[in-house]
Design a protein around this ligand. Structure first.
Ligand code: PEP
Ligand code: MN
Length: 265
């Protein structure tokens, strides 16, 4: 069990340093599943920034179940994220799937996301552990808490102390009414087990936009340090994860609701 103080992860962004951790205000990461084009990413960035988000999320390299599904626009999407960063001052969080892309992605990302499917890709973990950018480590969809914390340990052991743990739902029985089962019990468990900041992703955790607000509020009430929420200007037309994406208007409403409970936003 944990000994000592909660650690903080300080992330410099164009709008100032954002701190993740138990002793800091709630950090909000929002944006589309995938970066689709310049107009949509810049528009989404402006909207989530105006609502109070600190980071823009958006995938350039997408881990899709089918090889025939949209795979992300890769390096050109990274350039669009850089444009959105420039335009809004938001920090950027985007997923690294292949260590070969580390350099180009690291030029744009303020936080490097390791997705659920790569949680135990130990060679990738060692590589992000051997560089300086903070790392967001998503829980594998069938990973125990111990496996997840040990995966984080690979990054720490390689020399990078700046790791944030992100719960994004695990596989249980249901696939129809929930895409995954969002395990909010990790908040008190991780708090007693580790010193690392905690993020909750209710978008992948539920799979349905209509369930995202309730689970966001629950995560805040349970003491999460950060949230990741998928937001798309037109979810019905999204190239990935439309059904779980909030519209900017729904995101505005959720941010207002969150401001009245738990840690101040
Ligand atoms: C994502 O954040 O869009 C994503 C693919 O997440 P996960 O790795 O949790 O499935
Ligand atoms: Mn997604």
């Amino acid at each position: 069990y944990r000994h000592g103080e909660a650690s903080e992860v300080a992330v410099p962004t164009p709008a100032g340093t954002v701190y993740f951790g138990e002793n800091h205000p709630l950090v909000i990461t929002a944006g589309p599943c995938s970066v689709e084009n310049e107009e949509m990413i810049v528009e989404t960035a402006k909207r989530v920034k105006a609502a109070g988000a600190h980071f823009l999320r958006g995938g350039a390299y997408k881990p899709r179940t089918s090889p025939y599904a949209f795979q992300g626009h890769g390096e050109s999407a990274l350039n669009l994220l850089a444009a959105a960063r420039e335009e809004t001052g938001l920090g950027i969080i985007t997923e690294l799937m292949d260590a070969d892309d580390l350099e180009v992605l690291g030029n744009v990302a303020d936080v490097i996301q390791i997705g659920a499917r790569n949680m135990q890709n130990f060679s990738l973990l060692k590589k992000v552990g051997a560089q300086d950018k903070p790392v967001l480590l998503k829980r594998g969809m069938s990973a125990t808490i111990e496996e997840w914390v040990m995966a984080a340990e690979y990054i720490l052991a390689a020399g990078n102390p700046n790791v944030i743990l992100c719960e994004r739902g695990i596989r249980t029985f249901d696939r129809r009414y929930t895409r995954n089962t969002l395990d909010l019990s990790v908040i008190p468990v991780l708090r007693s087990l580790t010193h690392l900041p905690i993020m909750i992703d209710p978008s992948h955790g539920t799979g349905f936009a209509e369930h995202v607000p309730a689970m966001s509020l629950a995560a805040v009430a349970a003491g999460t340090d950060a949230l990741m929420i998928e937001v798309h200007p037109n979810p019905a037309k999204a190239l990935s994860d439309g059904p779980q994406s909030l519209t900017p208007e729904q995101f505005d409403r959720l941010m207002e609701e969150m401001a009245v409970i738990g840690k101040a936003v």
